[in-house]
Structures are given as C-alpha cells and as structure tokens.
Design a protein around this ligand. Structure first.
Ligand SMILES: *Cc1c(COP(=O)(O)O)cnc(C)c1O
Length: 436
C-alpha cells in the first residue's frame, strides 16, 4: 500500500518508509492512498473469528505484500497477547475494555504494533534503530513497553523530572533492557526541544537510525481499526440487523480515526459519538463547521487535554474536507469535570461498574446523545481507554473509596527506579547519545 501526506507535498511512501519517518517530510500526516474495502462475504467469514484473525485480515490489506504473510501473522500474534472484552453493563450498552495490555491503556495497541513493525524493518536493513521520545507520561510508557525486548530496536525516553505521576515515572524507569530513561531537569517543552535538536543533527540521526514513534505514526493508527472491527462484528452477531454505535473518549482523535477507517472499510458500524472534555475544538467544529482551536485546559481526563488535535487533519482528509459528511457520521459532545465525577459515581451506584475518568467522558457523551435522539435502540459500546486504577485520585474523589490495584501495576510500583539525570542543555543529551 502507498501512503500519502495530508499536506500532499512530499513523495508517496511505502509502509516501511511511512512507519520509519512518522511525520511526512512536508509536515503532514500519512494516510493510505485508498481505504481497503471488505466485501460482505469477507465480513461474513470474519463474523466469529478470533481477534488476531480479524487483525491479520486488516493488516494484510494495509501491508499489501511488503511484509511476508507468515511474518505479519507472527507480528500480530506477538502484539495482541491480551484480551479485548466487551462487557454488557446495561441492556444494549457495552464497555469495550481496551486496557488489558501491559500499561493498562489503549495506547498499547498502537505502540506494540508500531514496535514490532519497526523491529521487522530494522532486521530487514540489518540495523539497530534508536527510538528517541519525549514524554509527559502515558505515551512514553506505552512506547517503552511496546518496544521492550523487540530485537534490533532500543528506546531512549526523555521525561521532565518531578512532572509526571509516580506511577508514570515507575512505568518509564523500570522497564530496563533496551529501554533507557533520561530524567530531564526541566519541563515537557524542554524534553521536546531536546528531541527536536537531536533530530536536526543529521550525522547523529543517521548513525543511530533515529526515529520518533510518536502518536501520529500510521503504524499506530492501523491497529486502532482492529478493535472496532472486532467489537462491531461481535455486537452485530448479538444484535442481528443492527449496527453498533461507538462512543469514543477523544483527545488527539487517533482512536476515533481508527474507528472511522474501520467503518469506511465496511465493518458494521452505524455512528460515532466523539466525547471530549472542555478541550472541545473538534466538538465545536462538528456542531458549527468552523475549526477554531483554543489553548489547552487541564482536566481530570488529562490524556485528552489537547487544544489542537493533530489527527483532525486525517479525519478531514477521510471525509474529503466535507463538514456535512463528517457530521453525518460523528456527533461531538463535550463533558465537564463535574459531569465526569458524577458519571463515575452514578454508574458505580446503579450498575456496579467502575470506570476511569476518560471512559466516563465517553459514557456521559453516549447518555447525552441518547437523550437528544429519542427512539435510539441500537447497541452502543463505549471505548474504555484506561483501567480505573491508573486514576486513583479521581476515583477517590468520585466514589470516596480506594480501589484495589491490579498485580501488574503493583509490581511496577515496587520496582527500583533507574534513570539517568541530564540537564535541559542539549550538550548533555548529545554527550549521552554520542556514547551509544
Ligand atoms: C491517549 C488517551 C486518550 C485519547 O486518545 P486519542 O487517540 O488521543 O483521542 C483517551 N484516554 C486515555 C486513557 C488515553 O491515554
């Protein structure tokens, strides 16, 4: 498959080039030259297939022969070793739990697939690829765990000292092996600046085969279609003749974009609800047709605090820059922090299910959609993007109680932190990288 840049200026790229470059050279985001289609027969055949068979069938179309089928199948098996449960918490209302990967958040799907593809392409070129990332928390841990132990790759993470949560810091600094954490005396902007400077050093970039693994990489987007296809097929089987509505808690809109691709490929999806917190640039666009991004505001659903979401360019591209077409498929809904806490509490009291603040935004957005669309009788699934134990403070505030921490998280909390302190002066980072 050939990939184009949304800015239409740089030359089209193979899957390998698009994956290793991340951002296109013209600053645009890579999009597939055509959206692969699934016929009704193909979809019927996948009807009750296991998750990895569905994942492979989709990946194969985006790959289009670049990676041999047997290797691609093995990559899919290595990536998705955990379950994607659909929990019916109320009649016709499901929670699709995307938090059973190693860091207990949905970013594991994208990070693991990207890591294994990168490892494959590095092996093909007989090189060792160095992934250099600045992180303010969750993206970095998904990348660290995604690349952990993947041959032909090593990861260098930069995080701002004292500015990430304790759990996040533990997740960044205890992976070991091919993952090194640099603790920067500065803020997240310093970390980003240092990484940018390293990428501008062409000699260094070449010698270390530097790549960025950032969230807009096409190989993080592709696997985010897998769980929509899986959820839609499962629910179509349980609710014959109906198409599922997905409610998606959104920040950078990468998760939602994966869903839109799955719908356009032909999977039985009826509609999307894009739940945002008060960072509502896309929500307002969907309602009014004008895109006017605002500065970012901090909220309880912090992984969704994005004022100017980068995947909006991709969404626009897929809808041919047509507001009407996008709004026909996606309804936007913004949810405040107090509604978020209220939702966590009401859902727990009524249904006994504990959701994290991001999931609660998606759930509340679905409720509001139902209130204003009477006669709505379709099965609906809220994409649950994180395990509630990752957000203990919000859960305590909403429910006035502590919840138990899964063993996997407790193990990470108990491990010895290993980081290398550096200053925010580029010479420190250059010195470290020159010894690799
Ligand atoms: C990243 C993230 C989101 C937002 O996903 P986007 O793809 O950026 O819209 C939502 N919830 C959690 C827990 C996240 O980590």
């Amino acid at each position: 498959m050939i990939f184009y840049s949304t800015n239409k200026k740089s030359t089209p790229a193979s899957l390998k080039k698009a994956t290793l470059e991340g951002l296109a050279t013209d600053g645009g985001l890579y999009v597939p030259s055509a959206i692969p289609g699934f016929s009704d027969e193909e979809i019927a055949l996948l009807g009750d297939a296991p998750f990895n068979d569905i994942a492979f069938a989709i990946a194969k179309k985006f790959n289009d022969g670049e990676i041999p089928d047997d290797r691609l199948a093995a990559i899919v098996e290595d990536c998705f070793t955990f379950k994607t449960p659909l929990v019916e918490i109320d009649e016709g209302t499901y929670i699709e739990e995307l938090f059973h990967g190693p860091t207990l958040a949905f970013k594991d799907y994208g990070a693991r697939f990207l890591a294994h593809l990168t490892g494959y392409f590095a092996e093909e070129d007989h090189t060792l690829i160095t992934i250099l990332v600045a992180t303010s928390g969750d993206t970095g841990s998904a990348v660290a765990y995604g690349f952990k132990g993947v041959p032909n790759t090593r990861v260098v993470l930069l995080y701002p000292s004292g500015k990430v949560s304790r759990l996040q810091e533990q997740q960044l600094t205890t992976v070991g092996g091919n993952v090194t954490a640099l603790e920067v005396d500065g803020d997240f902007d310093d970390c980003q600046r240092l990484v940018k400077q390293a990428f501008m050093d062409t000699e260094l970039k070449q010698r270390l085969s530097l790549t960025s693994a950032n969230s807009i990489n096409i190989s993080r987007l592709i696997p985010q279609t897998f769980y929509y296809a899986w959820g839609a097929l499962r629910l179509a089987a349980r609710h014959p003749g109906k198409k599922v509505v997905f409610s998606v808690p959104s920040g950078n809109y990468g998760n939602l974009t994966g869903g839109v691709l799955a719908k356009m490929m032909g999977f039985p999806i009826g509609h999307f609800i894009a739940g945002s917190n008060v960072n509502d640039s896309v929500t307002r666009y969907l309602e009014e047709g004008r895109y006017e991004p605002h500065p970012t505001v901090a909220t309880l659903s912090s992984a969704m605090d994005v004022g100017n979401p980068s995947n909006f360019a991709r969404l626009r591209h897929f809808y041919g820059d047509n507001h009407h077409a996008m709004a026909a498929d996606i309804s936007g809904c913004s949810v405040s922090d107090s509604e978020t806490l209220d939702t966590i509490s009401k859902v727990y009291n009524r249904l006994g299910y504990i959701m994290d603040p991001h999931t609660a935004v998606g759930y509340r957005a679905l409720e509001k959609f139902r209130e204003s669309n009477s006669g709505f009788d379709k099965p609906a699934a809220v994409m649950s993007t994180a395990h509630p134990a990752k957000f203990l403070d919000a859960i305590r505030e909403a429910l006035d109680m502590d919840i138990s921490i899964p063993d996997r998280l407790q193990e990470v909390l108990d491990k010895q932190k290993i980081s290398i302190p550096i200053s925010s002066d580029y010479r420190d980072l250059a010195g470290f990288l020159s010894k690799l």
